[in-house]
Design a protein around this ligand. Structure first.
Ligand SMILES: [Zn+2]
Length: 938
């Protein structure tokens, strides 16, 4: 599954109710479920095949319902009187059990809190193959939660609403479409048959085998070919009037196509190309062709309503429209990259997840780590100029290093049986740390050995399940001699412990000692975890070594490392290309040498990823109290001459934190001035008026730099953006596809006619059906410089004008773009409209999740008081109260963090810090003046 946002995270009760056992007592009673948790019992009953027969008529689509019959072939492994299967929100009408001379009847209890339906026999169900369990039932196609078998819609060319029925089963949605053994390790084959209106088509995991028409009733029935042995969460089906691109074949002959709403065919060609490329690259990488996995076709489909980003259903991957539909004239380069990387992610899952599956959701990283790794490293094989391997370092490694330095961070493998906890595994740790650790493994094994190990892993566990230890063992025969222990030992703490090491370097003449300790943002030294750490480094003697990622020395849990420098070495920098999952702290002497080099011509030939790593590490050391902000901000002054996208990306991440966690204008104003001054040469390198969309990194850098410049009120940027916005409102001159996000937001922030400008852009939103454009506008409308209009805009989120999966863009655009006022607006909106959330979304979870997000943006006591006032509201539901209390607690922590941070920043920016700094402050006040009153940051 591809992240983004899961707005409607389901609140699933984890309460396990006591079970009643009916029927004839057995000599040796066997629990129908596993004894220690709420998982199915693997030693009792296993399915081998499902024949699933679904019916969705036109009337069903209109009413949001469906009917089905499932026939499950079972293998009973032990004598029992009952067993359990999963079902949720299904109305079961009949249940029969036949085969293996079974002569009794069976009954089904209603589903319990674990979605367990207990099937109890009137006679003993004895050990044996080929039992046939048949269940008839009906179910609902939900409109609101985009989970299970659900209904999505769009408007056709004539403005009529068209409904479609589609699926999202990961992790536990299959049980809402058919009764089943809904855990990944219960693999079986599936024969799916769907009856649907003859104006529609039906898609599923495999190719159609047989189609039958019932003209009298306007229905068609299609039987799909038997699937490979697979998990329930990877089943998919869609009944729609979608159109598909022509079929193209991958290198191994696999036919692929992409489908979406009528009218989107042209804009799906990018995804078709990405799909072919991903299948071909994965074949080369793993030495196993897609077709050899067991499925003979690959379809990708863009779904108008989609809870996450995308889903890797075997042979029928589904996506949110922004992740698959790309318009070459209107969508930005960024979204083109999103399509390629999302497709690379989902198609990598066909090998890692679909073919070889995780044994339990506890090891989610085993599939999401791989998919995230390939998201970059597969697309990188074809689009070399996108430098995706370098982007991987910024977007995955550096991001997760921050999350994973919290005391409460979780390990990659985390024992999960509870349904609520399963949801919580879909976090950055599983995806980003999973991929970062795999990247480190790839680097110390070497790419060739890594590929050999992957092939062995896939071959040994073909169409089966695997555990992390089985993965590490697959590489054992291919590891280089220098790896200090068995891979299961080397990888153990990377997998089973939270956090990562901080490597500290101390120089004593030519000797440099490297020690390790867990890095935590909080001032806490109580975690003694140590890791096996592969070390790479480059010295000033040969800067060409920055591209070499072969391990030079191993740091082990028991021993420190000594690096002996050559006489001609001046500086040393660890962790080439940041392939190791750790931070590096240099002692004062070593850091001073690096600083000198960075300030010399061409940044002393220090590689841009190393520069980016230094920036990221230094800013986080200051945050953790391991360095002084005054020193770090001085260190960053080399960036006045550094125009690398990578260095700046890391710096902006750090500056975002500083601006989010400061409140006092006496700090914020000079801080913004500091950033703006630092950006001078960067902005010269990417002028507003010079676009080059063929150059990907230039374009990404331009958008990043100008977004910051305009937000900081940099005059040139603001003038250019507002002029472009005015050209749009007066002459309908559409802004360029890459800069439009900046033009929209800056135009609204600096608007002199707020109502007209807001209405203009809002109407553009209503008139487009291109998802990337809709989201770009939704993200900008909250920038409007008028609080009353912002309240009106927030109300739009609670109407059918905004798809449920997009409401977060509306909220975030208000609370993150307008400093304190945006947060105030959001708190006021919640107070005035909280009752409408459940009416509109059918659940409180959108509201509770919003309260928690806003809590993170709170910067002052007044805002906390507002939340406390809200808490006193009569009749507030318990879940909302709980969310508000949690938000108050996190906001109170923010205030402490703000106070500490502002105290530290005063050393550099405060009034007593020296003349030059005071000048910063005064000049800034004079320059920004009135513009600042309207200027709203983040
Ligand atoms: Zn995924």
């Amino acid at each position: 599954m591809w992240r983004l946002l899961c707005i409607l995270a389901l609140v699933i009760s984890s309460e396990a109710r006591p079970k009643k056992y009916a029927g004839i007592p057995l000599q040796k009673p066997v629990s129908p479920r596993a004894s220690t948790d709420n998982r199915l019992n693997k030693t009792l009953v296993k399915p081998s095949n499902y024949a699933l027969d679904l019916k969705v008529t036109k009337d069903n689509l209109d009413k949001g319902e469906f009917s089905g019959a499932v026939t499950i072939t079972l293998n009973v492994l032990k004598d029992t009187d009952s067993f359990v299967i999963h079902a949720k929100a299904l109305n079961i009408s009949t249940v029969t059990l036949t085969g293996n001379n079974y002569a009794g009847t069976v009954t089904a209890e209603d589903a319990d809190a674990n979605d367990f339906v207990t099937i109890t026999g009137s006679k003993n169900i004895t050990k044996g193959d080929n039992y046939i369990l048949k269940i008839d039932y009906t179910g609902v196609l939900s409109d609101t939660d985009m989970d299970g078998f659900y209904r999505s819609s769009y408007k056709d060319a004539d403005g009529n609403t068209k409904y479609l029925a589609t699926t999202q089963f990961e992790q536990t949605g299959a049980r809402r479409a058919f009764p089943c053994f809904d855990e990944p390790s219960f693999k079986a084959t599936f024969d799916i048959t769907i009856t649907y209106p003859d104006t529609s088509t039906a898609l599923s995991n495999t190719e159609p085998k047989k189609t039958r028409s019932d003209a009298e009733n306007g229905l068609v029935t299609v039987a799909f070919k038997t699937t490979p042995k697979m998990s329930t969460y990877l089943i998919a089906f869609i009944v729609s009037e979608f159109e598909c691109t022509d079929i193209k074949k991958a290198d191994d002959g696999t036919p692929t196509s992409v489908c979406g709403r009528p009218g989107t065919k042209e804009t799906l060609s990018n995804a078709l190309k990405a799909g072919i490329e991903a299948l071909n690259t994965m074949k080369t990488f793993t030495n196993i062709a897609y077709g050899a996995l067991g499925n003979k076709k690959m379809t990708q489909a863009a779904i108008p309503d989609f809870a996450t980003g995308a889903m890797e259903n075997w042979g029928l991957a589904t996506y949110r429209e922004t992740d698959l539909i790309w318009d070459k004239d209107q969508s930005s380069n960024y979204y083109q990259e999103v399509v390629y990387t999302a497709v690379a992610h989902e198609l990598a899952h066909q090998w890692f997840g679909d073919y070889v599956t995780i044994d339990s959701w506890s090891d989610l990283f085993l599939k999401e780590g791989f998919a995230t790794y390939f998201e970059y490293h597969s697309a990188a094989q074809v689009h070399k100029d996108w430098q995706l391997e370098k982007q991987f370092v910024l977007e995955q490694v550096q991001t997760i290093l921050v999350t994973d330095s919290r005391k409460d961070s979780e390990a990659l493998s985390y024992n999960t049986s509870d349904l609520g906890e399963i949801e919580s595994r879909y976090n950055d740790v599983s995806y980003s740390k999973g991929s970062a650790v795999l990247k480190m493994l790839q680097s110390f094994l070497g790419l060739k050995n890594f590929k050999k190990g992957l092939n062995k892993y896939l071959t040994d566990h073909a169409q089966n399940v695997a555990t992390p230890d089985e993965l590490w063992s697959s590489f054992e025969d291919f590891k280089p001699k220098d790896v200090p222990d068995k891979l299961t030992v080397v990888m153990d703490n990377w997998t089973k412990k939270a956090g990562y090491p901080l490597l500290s370097l101390t120089q004593n003449e030519a000797n440099i000692t490297v020690t390790q300790q867990r890095f935590l943002l909080s001032d806490d030294d109580s975690d003694y975890t140590k890791w096996y750490v592969p070390i790479t480094y480059t010295t000033s003697a040969d800067p060409s070594k920055f591209t070499e990622t072969t391990t030079k020395q191993w740091l082990t849990p028991d021993t420190n490392v000594t690096i002996v420098l050559d006489k001609k070495d001046n500086w040393i920098i660890l962790n080439n290309q940041q392939v190791g999952y750790y931070r590096v702290n240099y002692d004062k002497t070593l850091l001073a040498k690096i600083k000198d080099a960075l300030n010399s011509d061409g940044q002393g030939k220090i590689d841009e990823i190393s520069r980016s790593q230094l920036v990221d590490d230094q800013l986080n050391f200051a945050r953790a109290g391991k360095a002084e902000y005054a020193d770090v901000l001085k260190f960053l002054e080399f960036m006045k001459n550094d125009n690398s996208y990578y260095t700046w990306y890391s710096a902006f991440e750090g500056f975002s934190y500083l601006l989010k966690r400061t409140n006092d204008d006496k700090i914020r104003t000079p801080l913004k001035k500091y950033v703006k001054d630092l950006m001078e040469s960067l902005l010269v390198s990417v002028p507003f008026t010079t676009e080059n969309p063929k150059a990907q990194i230039y374009t990404l850098k331009q958008v990043l730099a100008l977004t910051w410049a305009c937000n900081l009120g940099e005059e040139n940027c603001v003038n250019n953006a507002t002029a472009a916005f005015t050209s749009y409102t007066t002459d309908d001159k559409i802004p360029s596809r890459n800069l439009k996000s900046i033009v929209y937001c800056t135009g609204l922030k600096n608007s002199k006619n707020s109502t007209n400008d807001y209405d203009f852009l809002y109407n553009k939103y209503l008139s487009t059906d291109l998802a990337t454009e809709q989201v770009t506008i939704l993200e900008a409308l909250g920038c409007i410089n008028n609080s009353t209009i912002r309240q009106e805009y927030l109300k739009v989120a609670l109407t059918d004008k905004v798809r449920i999966h997009n409401v977060d863009f509306v909220f975030k655009s208000v609370y993150s773009n307008n400093e304190k006022e945006g947060v105030n607006d959001m708190l006021q909106f919640i107070q005035n409209n909280y009752q409408d959330f459940e009416k509109h979304f059918g659940t409180q979870s959108t509201l509770t999740s919003l309260i928690s997000k806003v809590g993170d943006w709170i910067t002052n006591q007044d805002q906390i008081d507002t939340l406390n006032e809200f808490l006193k509201t009569y009749g507030l539901d318990a879940s909302i109260k709980e969310a508000v209390k949690t938000a108050v607690a996190s906001a109170t922590t923010n205030l402490k963090e703000i106070s500490t941070l502002e105290g530290k920043l005063k050393d550099y920016f405060g009034p007593t810090s020296g003349a030059s700094i005071n000048t910063y402050h005064l000049v800034n006040l004079a320059l920004i003046g009135v513009v600042y009153l309207f200027f709203n940051f983040f």
